[in-house]
Design a protein around this ligand. Structure first.
Ligand code: ATP
Length: 364
């Protein structure tokens, strides 16, 4: 049975380091939830608190509403797959998978049945007698997963489980996680610094930064409504522009940028917003006669072939830089480097965002 997780105002300090600061979060039973963040943001610390391998300095951890803050890992209905896998090298695949059941006192015949069905679940039927040292990286990864899944955990915790695998295997295991999540119905919590992994697998995710949750939501929310410029960059909107002014005009937003007025149809309210995150796939190039109000003047600063599109590097009149992804079919119309163009912005090309407190002084 899937179990919900509550993180109630949790702080974890190590000496003067605040690994987590007043984190509050509810993960629903059966959700695939991802903690995404760069190195040192606090992801692993939070996962350890959920798994029972560490305790918060203050605050509580709840499973299905019950306080488990002081419950040791081996009594929790959760299992963790760690980055380094830590398979027992002197045991066969089957013995590795059976180990937890043996410790729990499950009878041999029942163990055998559950090990077999779990190996089938991870596509390792017939591998029970194999020596774990002779397996490939992907197979070892599957054994580690089977070892956790055989316990039928209400919560499965995955700490960077794909690190160290090559790209093809990562993709394969990523699909596997999605499939296992559906088959088991357990609550999955994945820790990763890889945004593609997070975006493709998660029902919901949190972006962590310096021990805090910057934003929690469904993957699509992070593009449509990034909480701030840090989040926007983290999900791939790497360019962020600073307009001279952002104001509401009827149901539209108007940005004054590089001395021109640009209407952003239907853009979100601009109350606290000071910046514009750029979606390079929603910008097109137009000739210098394009209508002011819906376009901006720029100079082509360079371009690079990226397979299905060209990445154009552009510079606005005030020196701010941005990119546009231009499909290759428009080859004939490409302006040369150094030429003036006008940039046209489709809906959602420029997303107003507030500056994040933590990154307000970062260079842009
Ligand atoms: N046992 C510990 N003792 C001291 N400091 C720690 C300990 N564990 C974590 N920290 C510190 O807490 C902060 C958060 O670490 P954490 O490992 O949770 O980050 P992370 O986001 O998982 O990073 P990574 O992706 O590198 O694992 C870091 O500054 C780290 O140095």
């Amino acid at each position: 049975m899937a179990i919900s997780i509550g993180i109630d105002n949790v702080t974890r300090t190590f000496g003067t380091v605040k690994a987590l600061e007043r984190v509050g979060l509810k993960i629903e039973a059966g959700e695939f939830f991802t903690l995404l963040g760069s190195s040192g943001s606090g992801k692993s610390t939070l996962l350890k608190l959920i798994g029972g391998f560490d305790r918060p300095t203050t605050g509580r951890v709840l499973f299905d509403g019950q306080d488990v803050t002081d419950m040791p890992a081996n009594r929790r209905p959760s299992n963790t797959v760690f980055q380094d896998l830590a398979l027992f090298p002197h045991m066969s695949v089957g013995e590795n998978v059976a180990y937890g059941l043996k410790v729990k006192g499950v009878a041999a015949s029942e163990r055998k049945k559950r090990v077999e069905s779990t190996l089938a679940l991870v596509d390792l039927t017939g591998f029970a007698e194999r020596n774990v040292n002779l397996l490939s990286g992907g197979q070892r990864q599957r054994v580690a997963l089977a070892r956790a899944l055989v316990m039928e955990p209400g919560i499965l915790l995955l700490d960077e489980p794909l690190t160290g695998l090559d790209e093809r295997l990562r993709q394969q295991m990523r699909d596997e996680f999605g499939r296992l999540h559906q088959r088991t119905g357990s609550t999955f919590v994945l820790v990763t610094h890889n945004q593609d992994e997070a975006l493709s697998l998660s029902d919901r995710m949190a972006i962590m930064h310096k021990g805090r949750l910057e934003q929690v939501g469904r993957p699509a929310d992070f593009f449509a409504n990034p909480a701030n410029d840090f989040v926007a960059r983290f999900v791939g909107m790497e360019r962020v522009l600073k307009p001279e002014r952002l104001e509401r005009s009827g149901s539209d937003t108007v940005a004054v940028i590089a001395g021109e007025r640009l209407v952003l149809p239907g853009a979100r309210d601009v109350g606290e917003m000071g910046l514009l995150a750029v979606r390079p796939d929603r910008i097109s190039l137009a000739n210098v006669h394009a209508a002011p109000g819906s376009s901006l003047a720029a100079i082509v600063a360079g371009r690079q072939f990226r397979g299905r599109f060209f990445d154009f590097y552009l510079e606005l009149g005030d020196g701010q830089k941005l990119d546009a992804e231009i499909p290759i079919e428009f080859a004939d119309a490409w302006p040369e480097t150094g030429k003036p163009v006008r940039l046209e912005f489709a809906g959602g090309a420029l997303v107003p965002v507030p500056a994040s407190g933590a990154t307000a002084n970062r260079d842009t």
